[in-house]
Design a protein around this ligand. Structure first.
Ligand code: XMP
Length: 506
């Protein structure tokens, strides 16, 4: 495997993505928490950073047991750090060096530069530049403005590059990364979804033995793929619980439960609609609603879990972005994102946690799901918030409001699917507003509800743009909603980006 040391660059995760696209396994670790270097580590990549090696307290970990012992590739800050440490000179850039540049010279026949061509576009993003390299460094490539665009330390496999090969704008970036991980580090490209399934199932078999495992299914990709992996390892000893909180999409509980049964899962569907509605009665504040739903979920799940005697493990669909420790930009402190799909179970349950997806990115989870023949319907599903429609009904929740919103949402989503637009947007849904407006239907004056449609494009939900859906499509959906859904006489479309708006309205 490849180790990526994160110095806080916004591109660190992209390096990992690119390496994995080469079917080579890699892990990201903060620069100040380098794990023990096992023989499995074939090479190390040092990421970029918002810091400067000219700052007095710049990140500068001890790399003595890595440098010279195995191949190292410094990217941007990583390259500057290595040069600086060995007596080179790093200075602020005098010319703007953000964006596209072209390689004007590619020197020598070094393995790193194999098939990298003169004129090739590279992506630059740096405030400092390497002005002087130490005597034992050789330059491998330059651009018009950056003489030291790539270098190698003589007699060792230590490299530095000033541009960002992980960004797709670097045309031959992937070739360069392949040269490093395959030709220089000697990694075999055998980390595929099939191989992942095989080795994970084997590991789960020996980890879990004959123990019973409990898993909460949500209908989403992560919990479903986690369930199938564990199911392949231990069959009916995996006890899945799927709770109907009365806040899911129209007919979703039944159809998803049906899919799960077809997949052969040992799953129990629990109808807890009324408990959730009771807990939500009279609550309008979004956070109060979230709390009530979270607490009710734990109560329901806990009661069901107690019905499964001698359960030893709780399985969760945690994925890699949830566990990566991100390096904070404001100094070397480390912040940890933690996330639990099941949301903090009571301590007394004393279950050990098993998380078979915690090394995968979302799209890798989908590829694994495909290998496991999980229904496309589940794999390509839009994200859906845990509190469900409760945070899309502004104000208090009643079963009637849920029923109206389910119909509206159903018209919107099924039209997106029919028009082939569903997979073009990242997430879509409808909000029921606490507003009534005047309308006219036939000869009648109406005074009914307003719904807002929301569809966004996004990569990870952190930022999002409103989806520019075709006017004709919106016109058809609006017509169908107003004609079919009793109680709604006006449809509006949300054209706000995140930030400053959020995806959900609550
Ligand atoms: P926002 O509204 O913050 O949403 O832009 C970003 C993503 O998170 C989802 N979301 C939630 N998911 N519990 C969840 O499990 C919640 O309370 C919650 N609130 C928002 C939202 O649907 C979007 O995908």
């Amino acid at each position: 495997k490849i180790l990526i040391l994160d110095f806080g660059s916004q591109y660190t995760q992209l390096i990992a993505r690119r390496v994995r696209e080469l079917n080579v396994y890699c892990e990201i670790h903060p620069y100040n928490k380098i794990p023990p270097i096992s023989p499995k580590v074939k090479g190390v990549i040092l990421s970029g950073s918002p810091c400067s090696v000219r700052d007095a307290d710049h990140p500068n970990p001890y790399l003595g047991n890595i440098l010279g012992h195995m191949p190292v590739l410094g990217v941007c800050y990583g390259a500057q750090l290595l040069a600086h440490e060995q007596g080179g000179e790093v200075l602020p850039s005098t010319i703007r060096e953000y964006g596209r540049a072209r390689l004007s010279e590619v020197h020598g026949s070094d393995k790193l530069m194999k098939e990298i061509t003169i004129g090739s576009t590279v992506w630059m993003s740096h405030g400092d530049t390497i002005k002087e390299i130490p005597d034992n460094f050789e330059i491998l490539a330059s651009t018009e403005n950056v003489k030291v665009a790539a270098y190698k330390i003589q007699d060792e496999e230590t490299y530095g590059i000033q541009f960002h090969p992980e960004v797709t704008h670097s045309a031959e970036g992937k070739t360069l990364l392949r040269n490093f991980v395959v030709h220089i580090c000697g990694c075999s490209q055998d980390w595929t979804p099939d191989q992942f399934v095989q080795s994970t199932v084997d590991d789960l078999k020996s980890q879990l033995g004959n123990d019973k495992v409990i898993l909460g299914l949500s209908g989403g990709v992560d919990s479903s793929v986690a369930a199938m992996l564990i199911h392949q390892a231990i069959g009916p000893n995996l006890h899945c619980i799927f709770v109907d909180n009365g806040l899911l999409r129209k007919d979703e509980f039944e159809s998803v439960l049906d899919s799960y049964m077809h997949m052969g899962l040992n799953v129990k569907g629990v109808d807890a609609k009324q408990r959730f509605y009771d807990a939500l009665a009279g609550l309008s504040d979004p956070e109060a609603k979230r709390k009530a739903i979270g607490k009710t979920f734990i109560d329901v799940f806990d009661a069901e879990a107690h019905g499964i005697e001698n359960a030893k493990w709780l399985a969760q669909g945690t994925i890699y972005p949830d566990v990566i420790e991100s390096v904070s930009v404001n100094g070397p402190s480390v912040t940890i994102k933690s996330h639990h799909n099941v949301g903090g179970l009571p301590d007394y349950m004393k279950l050990k946690v098993v998380e078979p997806l915690k090394t995968l990115f979302k799209d890798e989870v989908r590829l694994v799901g495909k290998t496991l023949h999980i229904d496309e319907n589940i794999l390509n599903r839009h994200p859906f918030p845990g509190p469900g429609l409760a945070i899309r009904i502004l104000g208090d929740i009643t079963p009637d409001k849920v029923a109206i919103l389910q119909e509206v949402d159903h018209v919107f989503i099924s039209n997106l699917k029919k028009s082939g637009l569903y997979n073009e947007v990242w997430q879509a849904g409808a909000m029921l507003l606490p507003v009534q407006s005047v309308g006219v239907m036939g000869d009648e004056r109406t005074y009914e509800r307003v719904v807002a449609l929301r569809a966004v494009t996004s990569v990870d939900g952190m930022t999002a743009d409103w989806a520019h859906l075709p006017y004709d499509f919106l016109a058809d959906v609006s017509n169908e909603i107003i004609n079919k859904v009793k109680g709604v006489n006006r449809v509006v479309y949300d054209i706000s980006s995140k930030p400053p708006a959020t995806i959900e309205w609550e």
